[in-house]
Design a binder for this molecule. Structure first.
Ligand code: PHE
Length: 451
């Protein structure tokens, strides 16, 4: 042992020297390694912080076109292509233009349904864009083809389908020999260009004081394709415009010879048009979901209007990822109770509908950025927590991916069993398991079983 060595006096300096040498050597090695590690760390840091000046800069959010303007511009484009020109006029109107000249005298019942804000006895906020018909007839050379979009006002309470201020688009064509067939042909062509080749329309007889005959045009509901659903209030059709052949009295009132000239006019609500165009449920949705649905379309390859089942899936994914992002931002985590359970089901249901659209990889997390982009003005904390929200959704998706195929199989088996027995309603334990574990709707009615 070292004790023995020290006892041998003559060897002490030698051993001491040796120990010093060894210590020095070890210190040098440690120093060297330390420097190497520090150097490597520094290099790594520098590399990570390198600024590549050739990379594009970060996107600055400068706002975007309002959904109503998107639809309006599209609409204008179609009419300009048909030789119409755009007309503009006052929102504060004389009673004469808004009512009298349109064959709506003071005691006419049509005034009740268009109660508005009176500036004075003879001046009103216009209730319709139809006064533009009169302005155009008074100021333009025949033949006339105009499109007149603008704000209108009515004394309505705000709800999902009403607002005291909304937008209308007036269209009018006057020429020799114009008939109802021109009206129908024009509107059908416009709708075809706007909503696609296969859009179904319906013309119903109606009454307006300033057109004769009059009609209303409906578009078959984009959600249920005519079957009836909440969006179309069970009707299967959505009313989009009023129209008709301009009343001879109105033409004559503007000095146009109604035995030589005839014309049609229509008036439609822009908000409603936008709702149908963008495939959403209510006016309030127009602003926020269109881009999210577009993103889901981009990832899944499913587009609105292909089939009812695919529309439902697009809608569910859009809504659920939007809600889920907010919940996670709010501090909720997927779990088996309380709000966490709601969140988990939202995500699982969305994931299952992704499967139905043929997407087999986790993809919901990719939609988060669009959800945030659409909402960060009102909810900046969404952006702050973006990577967290994305991670939570992705993790839940990945976990669920391990069991979803099993769920689909259980569902298929149960479905076959039920069909064999002639029952279409799932209930009890079966339904609960599908609901609880696999994100199926709570009661699987015949309709749900089909989608
Ligand atoms: N102005 C009518 C309304 O607001 C719609 C309409 C316009 C009807 C043109 C016929 C012709 O309800």
């Amino acid at each position: 042992g070292l004790g023995d060595v020290y006892k041998r006096q003559e060897e002490r300096p030698v051993v001491g020297q040796l120990i010093n040498d060894v210590r020095a050597e070890i210190e040098t090695i440690i120093d060297k390694q330390k420097k190497l590690i520090e150097q490597a760390a520094l290099e790594k840091k520098l590399e990570a912080e390198t600024i590549d000046v050739t990379l594009p800069g970060e996107d600055v959010v400068i706002g975007k076109k309002h959904p109503l303007n998107i639809v309006l511009d599209e609409f204008k484009e179609i009419f300009l292509g048909m030789g119409f020109s755009i007309a503009e006029g006052p929102e504060v109107e004389l009673d004469h233009y808004n009512f009298e000249a349109l064959n709506i005298p003071k005691d006419h019942p049509a005034r009740d349904t268009q109660d508005t804000f009176y500036i004075s006895d003879n001046v009103v906020l216009r209730t319709q864009t139809s006064p533009m018909q009169i302005h155009a007839m008074e100021t333009r050379e025949l033949p006339i083809r105009i499109l007149a979009p603008g704000r209108v006002y009515r004394k309505d309470e705000v709800d999902a389908t009403h607002s005291p201020m909304f937008h209308q688009i007036e269209g009018m064509a006057i020429d020799k020999g114009i008939t109802m067939a021109d009206l129908k042909g024009t509107l059908n062509e416009v709708v075809r260009q706007l909503y696609g080749e296969h859009t179904v329309t319906r013309f119903r007889p109606h009454h307006f004081p300033f057109t004769e005959p009059s009609c209303e045009m409906d578009i078959q509901c984009h959600k249920c394709h005519g079957a009836g659903c909440p969006t179309c209030k069970g009707e299967g059709w959505i009313e989009v415009l009023g129209a008709g052949m301009i009343h001879p009295k109105v033409l004559e009132g503007c000095g146009i010879d109604s035995t030589v000239y005839s014309g049609w006019a229509f008036g439609m609500g822009l908000e409603r048009l936008a709702v149908v165009c963008q495939g959403v449920d209510s006016l309030f949705d127009v602003d926020t979901v269109m881009h999210i649905t577009n993103k889901v379309s981009e990832i899944t390859g499913a587009h609105y209007g292909e089939s009812n089942a695919r529309d439902v899936s697009l809608r569910i994914i859009t809504d659920h990822i939007r809600s889920a992002s907010f919940m996670i931002c709010d501090g909720v985590l997927p779990s088996n109770e309380g709000r966490g359970y709601v969140l988990r089901r939202l995500l699982r249901r969305a994931a299952r509908h992704g499967k139905l659209l043929g997407v087999n990889e986790p993809f919901l997390y990719q939609v988060v950025d669009t959800v945030i982009h659409e909402n960060e003005c009102q909810y900046p904390e969404l952006r702050e927590k973006q990577s967290y929200i994305t991670r939570v959704i992705r993790t839940e998706e990945e976990n669920f991916a391990k069991t979803i195929d099993g769920g689909m199989k259980i569902f298929a088996d149960l479905l076959a069993e039920h069909k064999a027995k002639g029952e279409m309603q799932f209930s009890g334990k079966d339904a609960f398991k599908l609901y609880d574990t696999y994100g199926f709707p709570v009661d699987l009615t015949e309709e749900m079983v089909q989608d």
